[in-house]
Write a protein that binds this ligand. Sequence first.
Ligand code: BGC
Length: 768
Amino acid sequence: MLKTVIYSGFIAIALLSLSGNEKPYFSNPTAQEIETLIDQMSIEEKVGQTCQITLDAIHQTDNKGQALIPERIDQAKLKEALEEYHVGSILNVGWHTLSLDEWKSVMTDIHAPYLKKEQNIPILYGIDAIHGVNYTIGGTLFPQEIGLAATWNTELARQMGEVTAYECRASGIPWNFSPVLDLGRQPLWSRHFETLGEDPVLGTQMGLALVEGYQGSGQTVDQFHAAACLKHFVGYSASFSGRDRTPAFIPEKYMQELYLPAFKAAVEKGALTLMINSGVVNGIPGHANYKLLTQTLKKDWAFKGFVVSDWEDFIMLHTVHRTAPSLADAAIQAFNAGVDMSMVPSNPQYKTYCKDMIQAVKSGKISMERLNDAVRRILYVKNQLGLFTNPLPAFDQYPLFGSSKFKAMAKQAALESITLLKNESNLLPLSGQQRILVAGPGAASLNMLNGAWTHTWQGLDTSFNTKGVLNIYQSVRQQFPSSQISLQQGVELYLENDFEASRYKDLNAYKKALKKNDVVMLCLGELPSTEKPGDIRSLQLDDKQKELVRLAKAAGKKVILVLLEARPRIINDIEPLCDAIIQAYLPGDHGGAALAELITGKADFTGRLPYTYPRYDGVIEFYDHPRSVDRSKSGDFKAYNPQWDFGFGLSYNTGKVKNMRFVNKDEQKGTFSIEVNVSNEGQKPILMVVPIYISDLYASTTPENKRLIDFQKVSILPGENKTLAFSFDANALKRVSADGQWRAEKGTFEIRCAEEMLNYELFNDLLF
Ligand code: BGC
């Protein structure tokens, strides 16, 4: 008893002695000083740190609740959130992209209380800048992640991360909810385009490069970089129905081999934050999964940063997933599972959250230790970002925002992403003599080039599009004598009862225009969408758009099909009618210019599919399938028959792969190094993707026919012969064995690069 009295007396003296304004104020707290901060915080203040609200909860609105333009903070709402609820984080953008001036005004208001020392903990602001700073007017827009993956160029991914972080910071934002590390293995899913494709090795390498670009490679994150947020941990992309936020079933083996590796690698690289899967995996909502969040992520992987929920997901444990009988129970469940910050995010919900949490801590349903752990993690990230020193950047230190230098990088990413899938009789590059009709709903649409998360959440509003950017039709006109190029949309897409619908638009004019042209460049695809609004009922490409292809072919024209797709839509019926097919994915603002240069041959196609393009609606298969998937009715092994395989893509000029050889190998330890020669026997420089695949011939769990273990993208000058080196340790051989253990099982492996093949014999099992 005496001990307690003396101890609490000591704390009181220590706090009193801190300063006249009773709160300790540190501009760059050490770990010990962070403990001091935590010690002096009330439960209310600690809970506030775990609460994230949206900008809509604190901005000025008109009497209909609509945000004012320009965007301005409502001081009374801000004061209430910060002073009464001690909110620690804010996100988002209202309903549309903001100018740099608006961001400056918003951020200046938000950080004023900290800078005036009315608060001693800075606010952390987060945003979804997922393909460039898509919520700041004039920012640089890159391809969406699926296109980035198609470049197979990690340096471009790093650059995209770095430019995006810089432009986020120029907007006053130090935290980016990116990259998506979900695996793109459910083509129906509305967010397939946000992934880095279907392969864990490609996804991991590109994801790591993005994280490095976002955060930089220093010990802390400087004023030109931003915290990454790995999302959505884990299995969100594998929904069985294909609809957003619906259950996934992922056996432990595939969780380990396919879905977790990119997250694990990015955590090991030092990614500062991670966002949770809104869906349900194997019956357990992502936000209630103690094993994944606390055991795997925090204990086994030693993740030092913090975990943020997805939008309203504490609430959804009660209202949607029904694992919690009340909102209060939902908060307790998610927080105790290991989520550190709740994206509540609206008003008055955030107030309920804070009250429920305070009560839960007071009643012991959430321990003080757990609350402190969450707050410690959040303060650690704030400190890593330099926010205690100054949360408000000097807005004039970002002269490169929206610069031509950055835009050239985004265009290069678009150029290297766009993938040529068919080129019958070398229709491409176009000679420049033909009359070209650019048609289809994507022909003159910047929105269809960019997709969702562009200026608005769904990316549909045309009024915020980047000024001065050319769409496909305008870009093609720049490359050829403009008199040769004409435009007819033929079909327009619109929303009907929340689903995409289509109707003919000036179909007769389209038919007439066909007669006057030699080549029809049909830009087909889908309206921008993401999350629930992007749910679809069939993978088929809309039939009215297909009709444009049929009409063009019936008129005897050469057809170039350009796909602007958020996911691979089924086109097997029109594929034979097309002379050339180009997968543009969602290449961003510079996609039109890139496409025009590619079809003229000013640039070569170097993109390669980051997923297996399905041929049929009902047959979804992946390149790394087991042999049983190959087995056909007749008993041969040719059943695997996607429209195009993972890694596929054509180029005008290609290099040759020769002479793959072992430089080193230790068949006891499971290590090996190989070299391979790549040469350019043509007249033009080439840029070439060189992937290395491995096949485990026999194993305790059915082996894949092949799987990617590494790749490089190399440039080779005419006449040049380069040696590429690849080194592997036993990790390249390991798989999850029948007993659930990671193991490289002894036996024969085939290593392949193009037509080259080597055998590797592992002499004994290696356990991990
Ligand atoms: C999405 C997240 C996003 C968050 C914040 C959610 O609805 O699932 O990917 O980061 O909103 O905007």
